[in-house]
Design a protein around this ligand. Structure first.
Ligand SMILES: NC(=O)c1ccc[n+]([C@@H]2O[C@H](COP(=O)([O-])OP(=O)(O)OC[C@H]3O[C@@H](n4cnc5c(N)ncnc54)[C@H](OP(=O)(O)O)[C@@H]3O)[C@@H](O)[C@H]2O)c1
Length: 243
């Protein structure tokens, strides 16, 4: 059986961490990207040599990383790309950064990480994705489709743009045999959450926070043969928060 390879951004904690563990357990090799060096405490095999330390806010560095990533694909095939890294800046006292207060530098920074890095990586690795008839999963957010009490305007608009990018990419990558989908988490227990989230959770149909592993399962489904006829869609993973 051919070893499958995943490139995952934002692997060092939260949803990304759970995603590496899930794919590793399923026998995949996972190439990870984040700003920090590989942490030797991470419980998956080959972690250090499969890690690419990169700041995805730096578009030139992201483009430059394409060659490094290619060098780690022995048969020139990439079976999945998961664009998971994301940032959600707040005001100094932890509040929501709205359209009136967000300075353009912050807005640009958020878009580089949450949006542009996704298309730079997918476009740069299109031949390798096509060779594997691979899958791309973009991690969006419920904040991309409605105003959220804690997620800022730059974050929300970057996620709305990423959802639109998913549709455009599904159209353009489909003829190469590459599927492109998104998942939109709601309130998942990671460091990105703000104090007060428990009030939102109390009103959810399922009345609980999500766990990173529950999101990783949906990402895995979208990268597996079980979803072979699914492309251009965005799956809500949010306990019914959107109803
Ligand atoms: N948790 C939720 O409730 C929730 C809800 C909706 C959507 N989401 C989305 O789900 C994704 C994962 O969120 P999470 O909650 O797991 O977040 P998290 O715990 O804050 O983890 C974010 C990850 O992104 C990486 N990252 C941040 N900035 C980066 C940069 N400039 N370059 C490279 N890597 C960078 C971080 O690694 P380093 O610090 O090492 O760089 C980290 O691994 C994000 O796209 C987020 O918007 C989460």
């Amino acid at each position: 059986m051919e070893e499958k390879i995943l490139l995952l951004t934002g692997a060092s904690r939260g949803i990304g961490h759970a995603t590496v563990k899930r794919f590793s357990a399923e026998g995949w090799r996972v190439l990870t990207c984040s700003r920090h060096p590989f942490d030797p405490r991470c419980p998956w095999p080959g972690g250090a040599e499969n890690h690419i330390q990169i700041d995805l806010a730096d578009a030139a560095a992201t483009k430059g990383a394409i060659e490094v990533i290619r060098g780690k694909l022995p048969r020139g095939k990439l079976h999945a790309l998961v664009n998971n890294a994301g940032i959600s800046p707040k005001t100094e006292d932890g509040g929501r950064l709205n359209t009136l207060e967000t300075d353009l530098r912050t807005w640009g920074h958020v878009f580089n990480v949450n949006f542009f890095a996704s298309i730079v990586l997918a476009r740069g690795l299109q031949d390798e994705l096509a060779a594997a008839r691979g899958a791309v999963v973009n991690v969006t957010s419920i904040a991309g489709s409605r105003v959220h009490p804690f997620a800022g305007a730059a974050y929300a608009t970057s996620k709305a743009a990423l959802a639109a990018l998913t549709r455009e990419m599904a159209h353009d990558f489909g003829p190469m045999g590459v599927r492109v989908n998104a998942i939109a988490p709601g309130e998942v227990e990671t460091s990105i959450l703000s104090p007060g989230t428990e009030k939102i959770v109390a009103g959810l149909p399922l009345r609980r926070l999500g766990q990173p592993e529950e999101v990783a399962s949906v990402i895995f489904f979208l990268c597996s043969a079980d979803s072979s006829y699914v492309t251009g869609t965005e799956i809500e993973v949010n306990a019914g928060q959107h109803v």
